[in-house]
Design a protein around this ligand. Structure first.
Ligand SMILES: Nc1ncnc2c1ncn2[C@@H]1O[C@H](COP(=O)(O)OP(=O)(O)OP(=O)(O)O)[C@@H](O)[C@H]1O
Ligand SMILES: [Mg+2]
Length: 250
């Protein structure tokens, strides 16, 4: 059903011909990041790109939260020591891993067919992706709009399938809610993978999946959809078997 619809994003923002990237200002300033709009102007056409830039790690309160424990992968001992000791180098190392993690997740999900902004490229302090919107406006978050009940029912079904597709790609979003879903041309677009975890190896993956489903569901319940969270968890592919290894190893 999803496949039958026209593509949400033009796939020609990486114009082969020479282009100019023109900054168009800040789209959103958040606690942890700033999202900038760029116009990529080629000889034939202009496309819009969103650039997510991460702020200094220092201000981000993640480090005592065990749910992030599995996010950081390999890294040298010097790096590990610097991170532990909170040196400047350690902060930069964390920052780089954080950005890399989000970029890698976005790319993986895009390739798995999840409805996300197509990734464009990495930059020094962040990454670029397709801008969800057009020359006139940015897509609103779901929190900013009300869907009629029939549309909400349809979109809730689709969001469950998106979560399922993520899980099949071994990713749990980890911060899913109507704040991190954009609404564009009748479709839900998932964004913000900074807290995504590996569904296979992360000890809190199942807990985060349940929280994602509950939080996403709460928006649709407000829009009048009757939701049984346990049934929804079955739809997205939660099962004791899938997460058994974590239970054994944690
Ligand atoms: N590709 C995009 N196209 C259009 N708007 C976007 C895009 N990516 C992000 N935004 C806008 O920027 C906001 C912040 O992005 P995101 O959720 O990824 O970052 P964040 O660190 O969670 O920021 P915040 O602290 O505001 O929650 C989004 O809610 C959305 O409004
Ligand atoms: Mg966000």
């Amino acid at each position: 059903m999803l496949e039958a619809r026209p593509p949400l994003f033009a796939s020609d923002w990486l114009v082969g011909a020479p282009y100019d990237d023109v900054p168009m200002g800040v789209l959103k300033t958040g606690k942890e990041s700033e999202v900038h709009l760029l116009a990529r102007i080629g000889p034939e056409r202009t496309s819009f790109i969103a650039e997510k830039r991460f702020k200094e790690r220092r201000s981000r309160g993640f480090r005592n939260d065990y749910r992030y424990a599995g996010v950081w992968g390999a890294g040298g001992r010097r790096e590990a020591r610097a991170i532990r000791n909170r040196t400047r180098f350690g902060q930069q190392a964390i920052q780089a891993r954080w950005i890399d993690h989000e970029w890698t997740t976005l790319t993986r999900l895009y390739e798995a067919g999840v409805t996300v902004p197509p990734p464009v490229e990495q930059v020094a302090d962040g990454y670029r992706m397709a801008f969800v919107g057009d020359g006139d406006r940015a897509a609103p978050r779901l929190t900013e709009i009300d869907l009629d009940r029939e549309t909400a029912r349809r979109v809730w079904r689709e969001v469950q399938l998106e979560i399922r597709r993520m899980l099949e790609a071994d990713v749990v979003h980890g911060d899913l809610s109507a704040f991190n879903v954009l609404w564009w041309r009748g479709r839900a677009v998932l964004i913000d993978f900074s807290q995504a975890v590996d569904a296979v190896t992360h000890p809190a993956a199942r807990e985060l999946l349940v929280r994602d489903v509950e939080r996403a569901a709460s928006y649709f319940v407000r829009m009048g959809v009757a939701i049984d969270v346990r049934a929804a968890l079955a739809v997205v592919g939660d099962s004791p078997a899938r997460f058994a290894s974590q239970l054994l190893s944690s």
